[in-house]
Write a protein that binds this ligand. Structure first.
Ligand SMILES: O=C(O)CCC(=O)C(=O)O
Ligand SMILES: [Fe+2]
Length: 342
């Protein structure tokens, strides 16, 4: 079957849940599930998107992936949490290289039925694409790397208003109030347009992409003056955290002994991506590199981590366990939606 035929067939076969794509502007109908929280607060927790026991096996795979570099990290010895004994992980907990975005366990998490189903409901669409995103490992009490100072931001270009992308992460370890992780500004998605109108003259915090906006001190004061409160989102292993990319947010490092592990899973309808986006995304998949949170692969990354100013000798350009994608997962790469070029 040609790719054109596949594309056409998938468009026709679309099964909707009937509720329509969420508008996230306060006018969504009440549906009696996590979508009510999302539309009101700009974030939500889908409890048990993955069964807790299974989620812990993913956390175990993450620990093994770190240990298997054989640099000295041992999950049972907190003294081995040191940058010399680990692959490169930044102060925000992000690990971006080494083909990690395409490790088999990462693909398994992003194509878990409970995860995909939540996004199908949000967009009322089964024709979705997923980001090839980073993985987060945050350990408590790190003094070997820079401290994780607050970095309140939105992951959306402030000149592009409205709901454009639902971000997500699967939480894989117990995550209480002191265990680090996502902190959000409740209801901030609804104020975004007004914020950028009022703050249009504010100098921008430098960003590497227009799809990122950092809140300055004055911006934070504006949010406070408009009644926004910051709230740490707590979760159990297997819970899916969702937030509108306009919702102000950042992450905190754990304060006690419990590490925080998460895998980012952001989805959008393939209809929102251009054919060029899909071709770029296909190339990212083939090169096993990441795409940031944006599923349309606006930016693609590399697998070349730097260690002490030079290429990390432990770099690799393919995952240790290359993914074997189910038909559902393969659709999420966007590749089957690429039309034949004549
Ligand atoms: O780790 C988190 O909870 C949030 C990460 C985040 O906001 C980002 O990478 O843009
Ligand atoms: Fe973010």
């Amino acid at each position: 079957m040609s790719t054109t035929a596949t594309f056409t067939q998938r468009q026709v076969n679309k099964t909707n849940h009937g509720s329509g794509r969420m508008r996230m502007d306060g006018t969504d109908q009440n549906l009696g599930d996590f979508r009510d929280d999302l539309t009101r607060d700009g974030f939500a927790v889908v409890k048990g998107a993955i069964a807790q026991e299974k989620a812990l096996t993913y956390a175990d795979a993450m620990y093994s992936w770190l240990e298997d570099f054989q640099l000295g990290f041992d999950r049972n010895d907190p003294a081995t949490v040191h940058k010399d004994k680990l692959p490169m992980i930044n102060e925000k907990g992000m690990c971006l290289h080494y083909g990690l975005s395409h490790e088999s366990f990462v693909w398994n998490v992003r194509s878990e039925p409970g995860v995909v189903d939540a996004f199908e409901k949000i967009y009322d669409d089964e024709d979705l694409i997923v980001s090839f995103d980073a993985v987060n490992f945050q350990f408590p009490n790190r003094t070997d790397i820079a401290s994780n100072k607050p970095w309140p931001h939105q992951d959306q270009d402030p000149v592009k208003h409205g709901f454009r992308c639902m971000q997500g992460l699967v939480n894989l370890l117990p995550n209480g109030p002191d265990d680090g992780g996502l902190i959000v500004c409740r209801g901030g998605h609804l104020l975004s347009e007004l914020f950028h109108h009022d703050m249009a003259d504010e100098e921008r915090i430098p960003a590497w992409t227009p799809e990122w906006y950092g809140f300055t001190e004055r911006g934070m004061k504006w949010l406070e003056d408009h009644g926004c409160k910051w709230e740490k989102v707590c979760a159990e292993p297997g819970d899916l955290l969702l937030w509108d990319s306009r919702t102000p947010h950042y992450n905190l490092s754990p304060k006690k002994s419990q590490p925080r592990f998460a895998i980012y899973t952001c989805f959008m309808p393939v209809a929102d991506a251009t054919q060029d986006d899909l071709l770029r995304k296909k190339e990212a998949f083939e090169r096993r590199v990441g795409t940031t949170h944006w599923p349309n692969a606006k930016h693609t990354g590399s697998n070349v981590a730097q260690r002490d100013g030079v290429d990390d000798p432990h770099n690799r350009d393919r995952p240790v366990n290359d993914p074997v994608l189910s038909e559902r997962a393969y659709k999420l790469t966007g590749i089957p939606y690429i039309m034949e070029q004549t």
